[in-house]
Write a protein that binds this ligand. Structure first.
Ligand code: PRP
Ligand code: URA
Length: 206
């Protein structure tokens, strides 16, 4: 697990946590933090040399080596991260996994799954702002693997120790990236100090 440390991320996360932050600003912040984390997640993307004509001469430069990247937001809250990440990786495809957490059991209930048809050839970045018990993230990654995905990163904004441990136990091959590792879950599965219900705050429901 990697906590992406950056003063801009810390600052934006503090505003994101604030109960007074309105929906419009909450959305903008989720988008921006997702983009800033992605900068780190993509640090090791392979490059290849290309010939470029500048206005003055021909030169050899480096460009991304055409790696097939796919973003997979977990519905709903993961949708709030897609635009920010896609601003950095505009060629990425976008799959979708629909899951919600049953409020009684805290177990994920799945309702939608659609990804590109060549999963074995792709690198996946699963997006969800919250890693709480880890049930949703683990189920999403299991579904991807069942369909043939082999290389998966998981990106969230706030993680609980319980969720990080669950991912380590279930999917030790999946690297988890987060803007913050919080203290614990409360007795109804919310992250403390957390930021509340990410989906409700993003979409103005409740
Ligand atoms: C939230 C969040 C994660 C999940 C995390 O979604 O966006 O998907 O809970 O909890 P877990 O780690 O304990 O599984 P929620 O179930 O509230 O659905 P929503 O995005 O549709 O609001
Ligand atoms: N889902 C959320 O949106 N927030 C939490 O704190 C835990 C799960």
């Amino acid at each position: 697990m990697t906590v992406v440390q950056h003063p801009l991320i810390r600052h934006k996360l503090a505003v994101l946590r604030d109960v007074e932050t309105p929906t419009k600003q909450f959305k903008e912040l989720v988008d921006e933090i997702a983009m800033l984390i992605t900068y780190e997640v993509t640090r090791d993307l392979p490059l290849e040399p290309v010939e470029i004509d500048t206005p003055l001469e021909r030169t050899t430069e480096m460009m991304l080596a055409g790696k097939k990247l796919t973003l997979v937001p977990i519905l709903r809250a993961g949708l709030g991260m897609v635009d920010g990440v896609a601003r950095l990786i505009p060629a990425a495809r976008v799959g979708h996994i629909g899951l919600f957490r049953d409020h009684e059991t805290l177990k994920p209930v799945d309702y939608y799954f659609k990804i590109p048809s060549d999963p074995g050839a792709r690198d996946f970045i699963v997006l969800d702002p919250m890693l709480a018990t880890g049930g949703s993230a683990s189920a999403a990654v299991s579904s991807l693997k069942r369909s043939g995905a082999a290389r998966v990163n998981f990106v969230c904004l706030v993680a609980a120790p319980e969720g990080v441990q669950r991912m380590l136990d279930d999917h030790p091959d999946v690297r988890v990236w987060t803007a913050a590792l919080d203290r614990q879950l409360n007795d109804v599965g919310y992250i403390l100090p957390g930021l509340g219900d990410a989906g409700d705050r993003l979409f103005g429901t409740k």
